[in-house]
Write a protein that binds this ligand. Sequence first.
Ligand SMILES: Nc1nc2c(ncn2[C@@H]2O[C@H](COP(=O)(O)OP(=O)(O)O)[C@@H](O)[C@H]2O)c(=O)[nH]1
Ligand SMILES: [Mg+2]
Ligand SMILES: [Zn+2]
Length: 312
Amino acid sequence: MKGLVIKNTGSWVTVRLEDGSGILNCKMRGVLRLKGLRCTNPVAVGDIVQVEQRADDTPVVASVEPRRNYIIRRSSNLSKEFQIIAANLDQAVLVATLINPVTSTTFIDRFLATAEAYQVPAMLAFNKVDLLTTGESRRQLDEWKTMYEKIGYPVVVMSAQTGEGTDDLLRQLTGKMSLLSGNSGVGKSSIINLLVPDAHVRVGDVSQTHHKGMHTTTFSELLDLPNGGAIIDTPGVKAFGTIDFERAQVAHYFPEIFRISDDCRFNNCTHTHEPGCAVLSAVERGEIAPSRFSSYLSILDEDPNNKYRKPF
Ligand SMILES: Nc1nc2c(ncn2[C@@H]2O[C@H](COP(=O)(O)OP(=O)(O)O)[C@@H](O)[C@H]2O)c(=O)[nH]1
Ligand SMILES: [Mg+2]
Ligand SMILES: [Zn+2]
């Protein structure tokens, strides 16, 4: 029997059978390993699995179908073990806010770059726009919206409080499997409660921040949308930001930088100082946003094994 994993508690895997005959709570068979990575959960929400059940026996997940994509995180900051957050995603949605809390462009860009690295299409939902009452803050919102749309990322402007823009978000989510991500307090739970009937997710729960460095046993859960598609909720988990970027790859994950880097004089250009660098010229002309370029540089600077080095 084939089915979709809709929940994984660690001890039980909940599988919705493809033939519509129901939902089974399954155990895992043996230990599966993921491509040489030590992995604490061999199946994740979004996985398509084969389930076997002998008469009167507990059903077991016997195998996992190849994944289209998946997102992993380290089980803890120091750990070499990984946890798969979700598999087979159609998109990753970052919920961001300009105030209460402030989401920085560095954080947004890191999320977008990580999604590119995982080959998961990404989009942004700017929530709490009801709090943007000054002309200045509205201008900033417009500026960010234009900037990200120009690169190619869909942007929704919304308020889970007033309901503004929630239809736009629902339109972007319907029929797709979406991972919802974002800093604590940006309104993820509020959005889920709005869009998913009977979700009843706790709003304003900040206790997760106390567990940052600890091994966490919270797992993702798939929540069905009324007109098709689903949101994957990842309680207590910062799904993104744990990837180790390779210095030479970083530019690939900034689409507008990558596009223009074709015109750089050197094909190993790092776009930091080289003569004939098309990216630096584009930044100077204002065609690449300064905030995007500085996010690119900040990720480059993170790699301790690849100190700034002249290519000639
Ligand atoms: N003003 C305003 N407050 C919001 C909005 N969305 C959520 N909140 C509030 O922000 C706080 C955190 O929301 P929550 O959904 O728990 O955020 P989460 O941590 O991302 O799940 C709660 O007090 C919500 O009522 C919004 O659009 N506008
Ligand atoms: Mg929440
Ligand atoms: Zn360059």
